[in-house]
Write a protein that binds this ligand. Structure first.
Ligand SMILES: Cc1ncc(COP(=O)(O)O)c(C=O)c1O
Length: 390
């Protein structure tokens, strides 16, 4: 049974008429209300030109406000961007780093949270990668699994670590980091904690202020169900004050449209990272997702309901063929599976209308809160059949 207060008829997606979508960790179906909001923006723009701002307001304000509510932080600390890598790059490039300073990350991070840190090697900084560990999973070592807090603590003890950059949820194994514990360690050792939340924002509660997180970057088209090419960045005022500016344009400056006033007066709030003209229709669309879906359903409800749907998958998938990668008790939104010939299973499932993806050798199943038990049952049936053929 769905939680009583979550009326799923209010959250229908056209994709539900076409098959079973278990790829919310990849590219999600766009929330139809977001498509409508983008269209309304574009049609008003077509009719009124610049008058669209008078009629509809600046949608970046709406998206910053809604995202801030989701994270439990002030709206001034939010920035509307294009993707996770853009946010992490501006943070990484802006950090005051000296030769010999260290940045800690994990060996199997997604590229958006790896290469921006590699770039800092040109400044003499060292990127130290946490090794992959069994972390109690019993999974084979050739697959990404997770990292251990003890390894992080050992590196932090060197006193040279300036930043720790980790995903909240790993895109391969689904390993979910204990951000509160990591935040405590970073605080103790004076290191910034930078989190890639592409795989958690919109499906797991994430409270940067409670976990001592200094920056959170995420993409809009996964668990937020928004447009491709949208991203969010939270930064603490303390971190922003420490960063140098690495991207600049008209929108960076407090003098706004006084374009011939070239005084160096950058915004000090989240607009510090919104250096020039953004994609307004996409901002309107992402604001619609956050307001109509996540804030309306409630993030705790969404987390509880997705956990319940994952339990249906765990109970229904044939355990002789699907070996679960996630740690028992872990509540990450991606269920990753070891299964013989995962690519072939994913292909056969797609032919039968069930969308899953393979990353790091795992077959990933990732349901979202709006889906029904019937969809999950159908997904299980198709996946069990697809795995039995091999
Ligand atoms: C952990 C993680 N970070 C980031 C991204 C996406 O990054 P970007 O928004 O830069 O495309 C993904 C996409 O799969 C991801 O899994």
């Amino acid at each position: 049974m769905s939680p009583a207060s979550l009326d799923k008829s209010a959250f229908r997606f056209p994709s539900q008429e076409r098959g079973v979508y278990l790829n919310h960790c990849g590219i999600s179906p766009l929330y139809p209300g977001a498509a409508a909001a983008a269209l309304a923006w574009d049609e008003t723009h077509a009719a009124l030109g610049v008058g669209v701002f008078r009629k509809l307001g600046d949608p970046t304000n709406a998206v910053r406000r809604a995202a801030a509510t989701l994270l439990g932080v002030p709206a001034e600390d939010l920035s509307f961007l294009r993707n996770t890598a853009e946010g992490l790059s501006m943070v990484a490039n802006g950090l005051p780093l000296q030769p010999g300073d260290q940045i800690v990350s994990y060996i199997h991070e997604y590229p958006s949270n790896h290469y921006p840190w590699r770039l800092q090697e040109a400044r003499g900084a060292q990127l130290a990668l946490l090794p992959d560990r069994d972390v109690g999973s019993g999974l084979p070592a050739e697959r990404p699994r997770g990292f251990a807090l003890e390894d992080l603590e050992t590196l932090l003890r060197s006193g040279r670590v300036r930043a720790v950059a980790l995903s909240h949820v790993q895109f391969t194994s689904g390993f979910t980091a204990d951000l509160a514990a990591i935040g405590r360690l970073c605080h103790e050792h004076g290191a910034w904690l930078i989190v890639d939340a592409a795989q958690s924002l919109g499906v797991l509660p994430l409270r940067p202020l409670e976990c001592g997180v200094d920056a959170v970057a995420a993409s809009g088209w996964k668990w937020l169900l928004g447009p491709i090419g949208t991203g969010l960045l939270y930064t603490s005022p303390r971190l922003r004050a420490a960063l140098r500016c690495t991207m600049a344009g008209a929108d960076l400056m407090q003098q706004g449209d006084q374009y011939l006033d070239h005084t160096w007066r950058p915004h000090t709030d989240g607009r510090f990272f919104e250096y020039s003209t953004g994609h307004m229709a996409a901002a309107a669309a992402l604001a619609a997702c956050l307001n109509d879906l996540h804030l309306r359903a409630g993030i705790e409800q969404i987390a509880a309901e997705t956990a319940r749907l994952r339990e249906l998958l765990i109970a229904g998938l044939d355990s002789t063929r699907f070996r679960r990668a996630n740690l028992p008790g872990a509540n990450g939104p991606i269920l990753s599976w070891l299964v013989p010939e995962p690519e072939a299973v994913a292909r056969r499932a797609a032919e039968a209308g069930v969308t899953v993806t393979v990353r790091g050798g795992y077959l990933r199943t990732a349901p979202h809160f709006y889906q029904t038990d019937e969809e999950i049952r159908l997904g299980i049936e198709v996946l069990n059949r697809a795995a039995a053929i091999g």
